[in-house]
Write a protein that binds this ligand. Structure first.
Ligand code: GLN
Ligand code: ZN
Length: 758
C-alpha cells in the first residue's frame, strides 16, 4: 500500500481568518482567548481538510512563523524579549514585531528580530539569534497541546519540526560564535523532544532539512552525519524532508543517514528519483513530492501515474506520496473563486485540491486505475484543454519571440556618449533630486479606486479624481524644487497587479492569498498564457502629468523580471520564455512613452534578486536570461532618452557585474539603513553609470535631517564621482503620510543644495 501525507497546510485560513484575528488582537479589539479560539477552529478545519491522508502534519500551524515557533520550542528567545511579561504569546509577538517606545514609566522599546526570505519563496521567517550565551531548553508545551488536540479529533498525527542542522543554518550569530559549536547542545534538546513525542504515542516525525538542496560546506555535511547519528532513535521514526530543489552533491549524504524515511521534491528533482531509489537502503521509506507545492496548476494525473508505476513496483510499501513541499506557498481552496474564467479555473488546484490529487494518485496505485476512471477522464480533459487552449497560445506573440535577435537589448551608444547627449538635453544640476515613483496613497485614493472597480464611480469621474491627485502631486514636487518629477502612481494598487491587469495572459484570483510574513499576505497574479499588450498601459497618466510641468516627468514601469517573480508562472514553458514575452510587452510601453516625449523612463526591478536560484552554480544562467529580458524591455530607446531602474535592496555585491550589464543610465537603490556600507563594493568594482543611493529610509516614520543626508552622500562620493550621483529616497513613498513626506523631501532638496555648494 502506498502511504499519503502532507508536509504542511496553509494556516491563514481560506478567508484570511488568522490575519484578521491577529490584527484585531494586536489592536486590542479581541481578547487572547478569542485569538486562541480562532486558531483552534482553523486547525480543526485544516485537519478536516486533510482527513483522507494517512498522515497529517501537526505543528505546521503558527501564529506568526514556524521558525520563530521553533526558537521558542528550543528555548532560544532573544534576551531582550525574555520575561517581558508572563504571557508567552505576547512575548512571542514582541520578538516577531518589536515594540515601540510608549512612555517613560514602564515601557521600553524592543527591537524586532530580523526577518529574511525562506529559501527561494516569498515567505519570510524570523531569523534565530545565536551567541555565546545561547542555551537551549525544551519548551514543547505549544506543540504538545496541538498534538493532543489533533489526537482528540482522531487525526493520524505526524508532528512537523525544523531539523537541527537547518535551524542552525537559518540563524545568525550575534557575536563571533561559530554556529556549529552549538550543535551538540541543540541536538540534546531534540533528543528530549523525541522522548516527549514518543510518550504521546507518536510513530513518525517529519524533520525538515531543506538546506540539503543547497551547496553545503564540508563542516555542514559533517554536522548532518553527527546529528542524525545521535538522533537515530529506536522508538520514533524520522522522516527527513528536503524540498525546493535537487540534492545533487548531498544525495549520498542524505541517503546514508540513519533515518527511517526520506522525502524529496520529485517535481524539481524528478531526474534524481531513480538515483535515490538506488542509493537508499531498502529498509527505508521514500516519500516523493509529486504534486507541486509551489504552483497552482493541476497535476497531470495520468502522466504522473505512468511515471510512478515502475517506481511503485520497485518500492512497494516503502513508497509514500506527498506534495513537493509544504502547501504554505499556495492559496487554500479554489472552490472559493467565483470570478475566474471557467476554463482557467479548470486548470488550477489550490491546497485542498492538491491533496485530493494526492489521494487519487494513491488510490490508483493501491486499487488500480480503474478505480478512478471518471476522475482521470476529467483530469485529462482539463490538462488537454489547457494544452491546446486559444487562451494560452497566441501565434503573434510566438512569431515575435522567434524573431528576437541578440542585439535587441543593446542601446545605440555606450553610456559615456549617451550621458553627454542627455546632460545637454536635460541640463540637470549636480546631485539631481528625484523620487522612486509613488506618493502617499491616501484613504481618498484607495476609496476612489475601490469604487471605480465596483462600478460605483464612472470612468470620467475616476479619471477626474486621479488627475486631480496627479496635479496635486506635481505641484508639491514643483514647490519642493525636485529636479525630475513623477506622477505619483495614484492609479496603482500594486506595481505588478496594475500592469498584469492590462496584459493578456494574466488572470487574477479573488482569494488566492499566500502568507508573506506574519499577518501579511500577498495575492500573486497568475500568468496562464502568452503575454501581449492590447494597448498602452500608462501613457495617458504620464503624458497628462508631463503637460503640467516644464521639468522632466519620469515615466514609471515595472520590469519583466519583477512581473515574473511576483506571479504564479505557467509551467508549460521555461520561466525565461515567459520573461521574454513580458519584456516585449514592457518594451512596447517604453517606446510608446518615448514617442510621446517622455524622455526619462524608470523600469523597476524590485524583485530581480529574489529570483536567484538556491544554488550559486545556477545563478549565472538565471542572471543571463533575466538581464537579457530587462535589457530588451529598456534599451530600445534613443541615446537622449534616459533610462532609470530601481531595486529595493542593495546587497548586490555578488551580482554587481550583472547589474552593470543592465546598462541603465541611472540606478536607484536602497542604502540608507546600511549607512552606505553597502556601497563598499564600488571600491573594487568600477560601476560605470549613474547611481542614486537612497538617503531617506522610507520604511521608517523618522524625518531624516539635512546633515544626515549630506553625510550619507559624502560617504557615497568616496566611491562614486559626484557627477554620477543622484539624491533620492530608498523606495516609493506610498505607505508614508503627506506631512512626513513633505518634511523629508524638503530636507532632501536642502541636502542636495548644500552638496552642490560644497
Ligand atoms: N515605483 C514604485 C513605487 O514607488 C517602486 C516600488 C518598489 O520598488 N517596491 O512605489
Ligand atoms: Zn523599492
Amino acid at each position: 500500500m502506498v502511504t499519503t501525507h502532507n508536509l504542511g497546510f496553509p494556516r491563514i485560513g481560506k478567508h484570511r481568518e488568522l490575519k484578521f484575528a491577529l490584527e484585531k488582537y494586536w489592536s486590542n479589539t479581541i481578547s487572547q482567548d478569542e485569538l486562541l479560539q480562532t486558531a483552534s477552529i482553523l486547525r480543526k478545519q485544516h485537519w478536516q481538510n486533510q482527513n483522507k491522508l494517512d498522515w497529517v502534519p501537526v505543528g505546521d500551524f503558527s501564529f506568526y512563523d514556524q521558525v520563530l515557533d521553533m526558537s521558542f520550542l528550543l528555548g532560544n528567545v532573544p534576551k531582550r524579549a525574555e520575561n517581558l511579561s508572563d504571557n508567552e504569546i505576547d512575548n512571542y509577538f514582541r520578538v516577531a514585531r518589536g515594540r515601540a517606545f510608549v512612555n517613560e514609566s514602564n515601557r521600553t522599546c524592543i527591537q524586532a528580530s530580523e526577518m529574511t526570505k525562506w529559501f527561494d519563496t516569498n515567505y519570510h521567517y524570523i531569523v534565530p539569534e545565536f551567541s555565546q550565551e545561547t542555551n537551549f531548553t525544551l519548551q514543547a508545551q505549544r506543540l504538545i497541546t496541538q498534538i493532543r488536540q489533533a489526537q482528540e479529533q482522531g487525526v493520524k498525527v505526524k508532528p512537523v519540526i525544523i531539523g537541527p542542522v537547518t535551524y542552525l543554518w537559518l540563524g545568525k550569530s550575534k557575536d563571533k560564535t561559530n554556529k556549529l559549536d552549538l550543535l551538540d547542545s541543540l541536538v540534546k534538546v531534540y533528543v528530549q523532544l523525541f522522548d516527549e513525542l514518543t510518550k504521546l504515542g507518536i510513530e513518525w516525525v517529519q524533520v525538515d532539512e531543506p538546506i540539503l538542496v543547497t551547496e553545503l560546506e564540508l563542516d555542514w555535511q559533517v554536522a548532518f552525519k553527527k546529528t542524525y547519528d545521535t538522533l537515530a532513535n529506536k522508538s520514533i521514526k524520522l522522516l527527513l524532508a528536503s524540498y525546493f530543489g535537487t540534492l545533487q552533491d548531498n544525495l549520498s549524504l542524505a541517503c546514508g543517514l540513519p533515518i527511517d524515511g526520506l522525502h524529496i521534491d520529485a517535481i524539481n528533482a524528478k531526474y534524481e528519483v531513480q538515483l535515490v531509489i538506488d542509493s537508499l537502503p531498502d529498509d527505508k521509506v521514500l516519500s516523493l513530492g509529486v504534486v507541486n507545492g509551489r504552483n497552482i496548476w493541476k497535476t497531470d494525473l495520468s502522466a504522473t501515474l505512468l511515471w510512478l508505476e515502475s517506481i511503485h513496483q520497485q518500492l512497494q510499501d516503502r513508497l509514500w506520496l506527498a506534495p513537493s513541499c509544504s502547501l504554505l506557498h499556495v492559496p487554500v481552496d479554489l472552490d472559493s473563486e467565483q470570478e475566474l474564467d471557467s476554463d482557467i479555473k479548470l486548470w488550477l488546484g489550490f491546497a485542498v485540491q492538491k491533496l485530493e490529487e494526492l489521494s487519487l494518485l494513491a488510490q490508483a496505485l493501491n486499487q488500480g486505475q480503474a478505480s478512478i476512471t471518471k476522475e482521470i477522464a476529467s483530469n485529462i480533459n482539463a490538462i488537454n484543454g489547457r494544452k491546446y487552449s486559444p487562451l494560452v497560445h497566441n501565434d503573434k506573440v510566438k512569431e515575435r519571440i522567434a524573431k528576437v535577435k541578440d542585439g535587441l537589448g543593446n542601446r545605440q551608444s555606450n553610456y559615456k556618449d549617451r550621458a553627454k547627449l542627455q546632460s545637454e538635453k536635460f541640463n540637470l544640476p549636480l546631485y539631481p533630486t528625484t523620487t522612486i515613483g509613488s506618493f502617499p496613497q491616501t484613504l481618498e485614493i484607495r476609496q476612489a479606486r475601490r469604487d471605480y472597480k465596483l462600478g460605483k464611480l464612472s470612468v470620467e469621474k475616476y479619471t477626474q479624481l486621479m488627475r486631480s491627485e496627479i496635479r496635486n502631486c506635481v505641484q508639491v514636487q514643483e514647490d519642493l524644487g525636485l529636479d525630475v518629477l513623477v506622477h505619483g502612481e495614484p492609479e496603482r494598487n500594486d506595481m505588478v497587479e496594475y500592469f498584469g491587469q492590462q496584459l493578456s495572459g494574466y488572470a487574477f484570483s479573488q482569494f488566492g492569498w499566500v502568507q508573506s510574513y506574519g499577518s501579511r499576505c500577498v495575492k500573486p497574479p497568475i500568468i496562464f498564457g502568452d503575454i501581449s499588450r492590447p494597448k498602452s498601459m500608462t501613457l495617458d497618466w504620464i503624458t497628462y502629468a508631463q503637460s503640467l510641468t516644464n521639468k522632466p516627468m519620469k515615466g514609471m514601469l515595472t520590469g519583466p523580471v519583477t512581473m515574473l517573480n511576483w506571479s504564479f508562472v505557467r509551467d508549460d514553458q521555461p520561466r525565461a520564455a515567459t520573461c521574454l514575452q513580458l519584456s516585449l510587452a514592457i518594451r512596447d510601453e517604453v517606446l510608446d512613452l518615448e514617442k510621446s516625449n517622455i524622455n526619462i523612463i524608470q523600469i523597476d526591478e524590485a524583485a530581480l534578486r529574489e529570483g536567484l536560484p538556491l544554488r550559486k552554480s545556477q545563478w549565472q544562467t538565471y542572471l543571463d536570461w533575466a538581464i537579457k529580458a530587462y535589457r530588451i524591455s529598456a534599451n530600445g530607446v534613443s541615446n537622449e532618452t534616459q533610462i532609470h531602474t530601481h531595486m529595493c535592496y542593495s546587497e548586490f555585491n555578488d551580482i554587481i557585474g550583472s547589474i552593470a550589464q543592465m546598462d541603465a543610465d541611472v540606478i536607484t537603490i536602497e542604502t540608507s539603513r546600511s549607512d552606505m556600507e553597502l556601497l563598499d563594493i564600488f571600491d573594487e568594482f568600477d560601476y560605470p553609470n549613474e547611481i542614486g543611493p537612497g538617503v531617506y529610509d522610507i520604511h521608517s516614520p523618522n524625518i531624516p535631517s539635512v546633515d544626515s543626508m549630506v553625510e550619507l552622500m559624502q560617504k557615497a562620493e568616496k566611491r562614486i564621482p559626484a557627477r554620477r550621483l543622484w539624491v533620492n529616497p530608498d523606495c516609493g513613498l506610498k505607505t508614508r503620510h503627506w506631512d512626513e513626506v513633505n518634511l523629508a523631501l524638503t530636507n532632501m532638496v536642502l541636502a542636495s543644495q548644500q552638496l552642490r555648494k560644497n
